[in-house]
Design a protein around this ligand. Structure first.
Ligand code: NAD
Length: 440
């Protein structure tokens, strides 16, 4: 099958690579010339474990190509995936500019029946808008080309994206067209044979499934963070609370880890977007709204706690370990580290920061604070002569830190372990003034 994937970001690139691994002929289209030039030279725009090996193999075997040429990519494609960004607009609603530009490009270039598959996370009803936009362009060209628009939301997790696309928990396909459904089944033949669960539904339900899933996970995180704040005060242990709660099959232990609040490119924007969709339809999404405020409060509480326990941070050197919003990715979009760094700097601190992959992306996002941040080559340099260490992201390499050596390098004795990475280390409390999350 000849497939084009529009957008070579975290979703589009992984999707394009995996579809080529499934045996399809895939063209990845992007408007970013530099990204495409790099991809042609085997340089990936994102860090995603395991992706490069599969990409290189499929390029070599002639199944995967990269281009900025819309006519070449869209002209005779059988299936076109839209995987471009849907960032939050000023009011928090999803900005559909990029998705609708893709629809225009498709309408201006397709020459025969194609199915247009929306992978971007979009408000309910966007499929209709995409359809209208393509139709308008075709009318402008005075030609009649049949097409179907399908919703097929993406659930991959950054850092685990390759595995998630090769072995998804489920595939959701939203379409009312039998013809399109048949083609979608063929695209995912490999998964179908491997007994991956499929949900076939209408387009609007499929669009909403994605927002409902992300909003639910965000609520779960905010819920356990709220329990953690109380547990710290009453002298209870949130890890044990979460463990016992998770043994209940109705609850499950996943997403019950307290920490500095959720971040990343999806939960913050998707929760805000569904609240805005609710407003449009006069539905007050009070549970999701509460999760958003709890998440903001969580980050603020962490900053306040650091300042309080250190008796102010004016001119203190704080070592931040981990900038990306989670381990194994270079993505720092809406990462808690950004708010924590800003909050500490605004209270007079100087920052020494290290992250295995997130430094470059952080540099331009925190450009305004650049005089107050020193980016370091490793955790040793970052912790040297620091008054406090704040572990924000639980990269595996931080788990193996030698705590005695860490303490010797530091000037101070504060260790704020926002991911409870060293909570079970018997020496941690004797070496540091140690502050985990969700217990004393
Ligand atoms: P991204 O910002 O990493 O990538 C988007 C890419 O699209 C960029 O390379 C950009 O240059 C390109 N692009 C924009 N307009 C274009 C156009 N008209 N033609 C061609 N290319 C164009 O975004 P992402 O993180 O991959 O997210 C894409 C969508 O998938 C979003 O809606 C997001 O919510 C959703 N999603 C993301 C994740 C995730 O973990 N990142 C998971 C599930 C769903």
């Amino acid at each position: 099958m000849k497939i084009t994937v529009i957008g070579t970001g975290y979703v589009g690139l992984v999707q394009g690579v995996i579809l080529s691994e499934f045996g399809h002929k895939v063209i990845c289209l992007d408007i970013d010339e530099k990204k495409i030039e790099n991809l042609k030279n085997g340089i990936l725009p994102i860090y995603e474990p395991g992706l490069k090996e599969i990409l290189d193999r499929n390029v070599l075997e002639g199944r995967l190509k990269f281009t900025t040429n819309k006519e070449y990519a869209l002209g005779d494609a059988e299936v076109i995936f839209i995987a471009v960004g849907t960032p939050p607009g000023d009011d928090g609603s999803a900005d559909l500019t990029y998705v609708l530009q893709c629809a225009k490009d498709i309408g201006q270039n397709i020459s025969k029946y194609a199915i247009v598959v929306n992978k971007s996370t979009v408000p309910v009803g966007t499929g209709d808008l995409v359809e209208e936009t393509i139709e308008n362009e075709l009318m402008g060209r005075k030609i009649n080309v049949e097409f179907d628009v399908v919703s097929n939301p993406e659930f991959l997790r950054e850092g685990k994206a390759v595995n998630d696309c090769l072995r998804p928990d489920r595939v959701v396909i939203g379409t009312e067209s039998k013809k399109a459904l048949g083609i979608m089944k063929k695209i995912y033949d490999v998964l179908y044979i491997n007994k991956t669960p499929f949900v076939f539904t209408n387009r609007r339900t499929s669009e909403m499934i994605k927002y409902a899933s992300n909003a639910f996970l965000a609520v779960k995180i905010s819920f356990i963070n709220e329990m953690a704040l109380l547990a710290e005060k009453v002298g209870a242990n949130t890890q044990e609370i979460a463990q016992a709660m998770g043994m209940d099959g109705r609850i499950s232990p996943k997403f019950l880890h307290c920490g500095p609040g959720y971040g990343g490119s999806c939960f913050p924007k998707d929760t805000r977007a569904i609240v805005e969709i609710g407003k449009e339809y006069d539905e007050d999404m009070s549970v999701v709204s509460a999760a958003i405020s709890a998440n903001e409060k969580q980050k603020k509480k962490i900053i306040d706690k650091i300042i309080k326990e250190m008796n102010g941070v004016e001119n203190k050197i704080i070592c931040i370990l981990g900038l990306s919003f989670k381990p194994d990715t270079d993505d720092v979009r809406d990462a808690p580290s950004l708010d924590i760094i800003k909050g500490l700097i605004e209270n007079g601190a100087k920052i020494k920061a290290y992250c295995p992959k997130g430094i470059e992306e952080t540099k331009w996002r925190l450009e305004k604070y650049k005089d107050k941040i020193q980016y370091c080559k490793d955790e040793d340099e970052a912790s040297e002569k620091s008054d406090a260490v704040v572990l924000v992201t639980e990269w595996n390499q931080f788990r193996g830190i030698n705590l005695e050596e860490l303490k010797e390098r530091m000037k101070g004795e504060f260790y704020f372990d926002l991911r409870n990475v060293h909570i079970k280390n018997c020496k941690v409390r004797s070496l540091f003034k140690y502050y985990p999350v969700g217990q004393r």
